[in-house]
Each structure stands twice: as structure tokens, then as C-alpha cells.
Design a binder for this molecule. Structure first.
Ligand code: NAI
Length: 253
């Protein structure tokens, strides 16, 4: 198991109670980072916080809806107070949302998905930039996009638009905050075995989706977390403003 040498890092992980966020928290903590874990539900946060005990890191938890900018700002202040500073932010919280074609998509469904998957990343990234500038140590922001940050997918117009937006947000912020020592990158997972997909798709659909990846399977959350931990590390010192697919070859067609 790789150790990414993250001693001295303090990482905020949004959507940290499940799936990819949980796996990121594990790999970051295993590599020496302290963790501020954010999600919607304290009970779910407590379960993951207990798992992180194994890595002897400091853990702070916050119940926060990332689509609420005031709540995000408050949680970032809380994380800094609890853990001293923040120099890594994994802006990961996201939802699948309404599945219908663009001609039928509802206002409510659109705003819900954009609110969490785009506004939520913007609010978290903004709060992280402010905390990193105040901390004076620079930092690394990793925004969770998707393969749908690069291509489209039927019945997922809001999700696809939000993830393309996340890639653009990442590129702009990378240019703006390079002088502050802050690197900003986006990660684009292919289909990954998490509650987000398992709760919405039956096994036959998951099997079919597996065949859409060159590796003929969907991915595991830990396979995404390894890339996130590298981007968080000082070994990624020349990496900024880039969208990194990690997709078993989905986009290689
Ligand atoms: P998941 O459903 O396992 O975990 C998402 C977590 O985010 C949950 O714990 C949930 O409570 C939390 N969350 C949802 N809305 C929130 C909000 N408003 N505020 C705070 N927390 C909130 O999903 P998964 O698969 O781990 O997804 C994580 C990220 O990865 C999402 O941004 C998703 O779009 C992205 N992604 C997932 C892929 C997949 O196939 N699973 C593929 C590509 C990207």
C-alpha cells in the first residue's frame, strides 16, 4: 500500500461518509494527513471517523450541506480551529439526481444537481482557498468531476453540465491561485462501485457499464483515492489546472 507522505497535511474531504470520499479519507489518513470529514449525517460520519482511528490521525467531523455557502464557510472555520490549518481540500460530495432526458428535465431536478455538484464544489473550493491563503502554507484542491466532465451521458444533463462546470472552475482557479502556492486539479472517475451507482442501477446495468470501460469492469473507490492522494502530495508539485480521468479506459475511444 502506497504512503504518499502527507505528514503535516490537514485535508477536508466532503461527502466523506461514503464511497469515494470515504476511500479518500482512508488513503489520506494512511499517508499521515489529519482529516476534516464533512457529510450530511453525523451517524454516518461517526462510523468513518472510527475507522480512521486505525491510522492515529486527528479527525474532525462536520455535518454540512455543501450547497449551503454559509454552512460551508462555517465548517471550514471550524476545521481550521479544530486542526490548526487546512492545506488539502477534496471537494467530492455529489449526487446522481434526476434521470430524464433534457426535454423533460424539471427545474427542481436541475437546481438540485447543480446546487450540490457545482455550487457545492465552488463554495468548498472558495472556502478552502481563503483558508489556505490565511494559513500561508499553500495547498492542493482536488475537485471530483467525472468522465461526464468530458463527454455526455443520456438522462444525465444536469450531472454532465455540473461536472463540465467543475472542470472549468478548476482550470480558472489554478491560474488564479498558482501565485498563492495553491494547486487545483480535477479528477474524472469512470463508473465506480459506490452506493451512488449501486442504489440506482441494477446488476445487469452495472455489468453493461463495465463493458464500456477498456478494462471491462467498473472501478473501486480506492482506485480513485490513490490518484487523489498523489495530487494532495508534494510529489505532484508540477500538477495544476488539469483534469485527470481515472476511468479504466472509458474515454479512450
Ligand atoms: P456516494 O453516494 O457513495 O457518496 C457521496 C457522499 O456525499 C454521501 O455520503 C452523501 O451523503 C454526501 N453528500 C451528498 N450530498 C451532499 C451535500 N449536499 N452535502 C454534503 N454531503 C453530501 O457517492 P460516490 O460515488 O462516492 O460519489 C462521490 C463523488 O464522486 C460525487 O461527486 C460523484 O459525482 C463522483 N463520481 C462518482 C462516480 C461513480 O461511479 N460512483 C463516477 C464519477 C464521479
Amino acid at each position: 500500500m502506497n504512503n504518499y507522505g502527507l505528514g503535516g497535511k490537514v485535508a477536508v474531504v466532503t461527502g466523506g461518509a461514503s464511497g469515494i470520499g470515504r476511500a479518500c479519507a482512508h488513503v489520506l489518513a494512511r499517508s499521515g494527513s489529519d482529516i476534516s470529514l464533512w457529510d450530511l449525517d453525523q451517524a454516518a460520519l461517526d462510523v468513518v471517523a472510527k475507522e480512521l482511528d486505525a491510522f492515529e490521525c486527528r479527525v474532525h467531523t462536520a455535518v454540512v450541506d455543501v450547497s449551503d455557502s454559509a454552512a460551508v464557510d462555517a465548517a471550514m472555520d471550524e476545521a481550521v480551529t479544530a486542526l490548526g490549518h487546512v492545506n488539502v481540500a477534496v471537494c467530492n460530495a455529489g449526487i446522481g439526481g434526476e434521470a430524464s432526458s433534457s426535454g423533460d428535465y424539471t427545474d427542481e431536478g436541475w437546481h438540485q444537481v447543480i446546487g450540490v455538484n457545482l455550487d457545492g464544489v465552488f463554495y468548498t473550493q472558495r472556502a478552502a482557498i481563503r483558508a489556505m491563503k490565511a494559513g500561508g502554507r499553500g495547498g492542493s484542491i482536488i475537485n471530483m468531476a467525472s468522465i461526464l466532465g468530458a463527454v455526455g451521458f443520456a438522462t444525465a444533463s444536469a450531472y454532465t453540465a455540473a461536472k463540465h462546470g467543475v472542470v472549468g472552475l478548476t482550470q480558472a482557479a489554478a491560474w488564479e491561485h498558482a501565485p498563492d502556492g495553491i494547486r487545483v486539479n480535477a479528477v474524472g472517475p469512470g463508473f465506480i462501485r459506490t452506493p451512488l451507482v449501486e442504489q440506482h442501477l441494477d446488476q445487469a446495468t452495472l455489468d453493461f457499464l463495465g463493458t464500456q470501460h477498456a478494462l471491462q469492469r467498473i472501478g473501486e473507490p480506492e482506485e480513485v483515492a490513490e490518484l487523489v492522494a498523489w495530487l494532495a502530495s508534494d510529489a505532484a508539485s508540477f500538477a495544476t489546472g488539469t483534469y485527470y480521468p481515472i476511468d479504466g479506459g472509458y474515454l479512450a475511444r
